[in-house]
Design a protein around this ligand. Sequence first.
Ligand SMILES: [Zn+2]
Ligand SMILES: [Zn+2]
Length: 393
Amino acid sequence: MADFYKILEIERDASDADIRKAYKRLALVWHPDRNKDRLEEAEKKFKEISEAYQVLSDTEKRAAYDSERSSNESFFQKTHPPTPNFNPHDLFNMFFNNNVSDPFHRNFHFPNVNIHQQQQQNNTKRKGTTKIDNLHLSLKELYLGGKKKITTKIFDICQNCTGQGGFNIQSCGNCQGNGIIRKVNVLGPGLIQSTQSMCHQCSGSGKIVESICPQCTGKKLIVVLKSFIVDLPPCAKDNDKFIFEREGNASEDGGERGDLIFLLKETPYSKFERKENDLYYTYDLLLGDSLIGTTIQFEHLNGQNIRYFESGIIQSNSMRKILNLGYLDRPTNTYGDLYIIYNVKYPLYHEITEEQKDKIREIFPCLETQQQNSVDLPENNILINSELIKKNN
Ligand SMILES: [Zn+2]
Ligand SMILES: [Zn+2]
């Protein structure tokens, strides 16, 4: 006959509390759901632990077991045959006061903390929901930082019904105000299964509301506008979060407020763009300037006037890199670089006079090997099914 004391790792004189504690610890350690890699061993252990607990937790059975064990070992088994269809999972569920109709083999999450404690927390007031708001700011506003006032909609307790959802509220008669219907089934000698389900009469609230509050239509919460000041440090980035703890939505059952989170969203500013910690500024310049050079001048995000002379020839889409004039990398407190991208604007008019063309020919080499009229006779002009388009980047 198995040594139940040894199985539960307790002394012969262990108290009822010791036995409960031992079962609780070992059942969690050896639950098959937690031991997928050694399932066979775990199932065996789990069953042993459950059987041992079933006997030792029952004063009468324990006394019989203790006395029979020292004399005729087989006698105990004759007088106390194992419960038919004994399922260690039922015992486990009953012990942990879990809803048996939700078997373990589905989605049961083992808590790291005491299960009783967690259930109590679940039954108490829930925290309000977290409110997340996008805060759209231009790249310049993000660069500079500073205080921003934001008004946002959040749920607040309805003052009309003081968060009750209605008036003349009575305790639900169906569940005696518990919100839960409990049922007890006797599975076998000494084994009781208890199940619980939500009361449908009151949807689990335990209360019946006679007249619904017109202000919140029974929701207990109403939408209000609330203003907040976000104190932005310089050079915050897209998707940075600003969290106001317990300033979010009110809880409909009187728990503490949820959190309020502002999520920064960068919007473009002027001709600036940011990539990581580098800034890019697209500078438009005329074809003539790109050929003979020009003064480049624009205002940086920080207000500084950027001014220098760029001598020709400036190729379109070429860039000038200026070190350390980019975006601040907050963790390292260093700045990225500033790139000025040159975008050469060609003349928009199509017609250049013959006189102008001659001047251009004088300055720039032109191939001009194919005169317009000497190729592609009108009847097979391949340009008919074509168009001149601008390439993106
Ligand atoms: Zn009810
Ligand atoms: Zn109300």
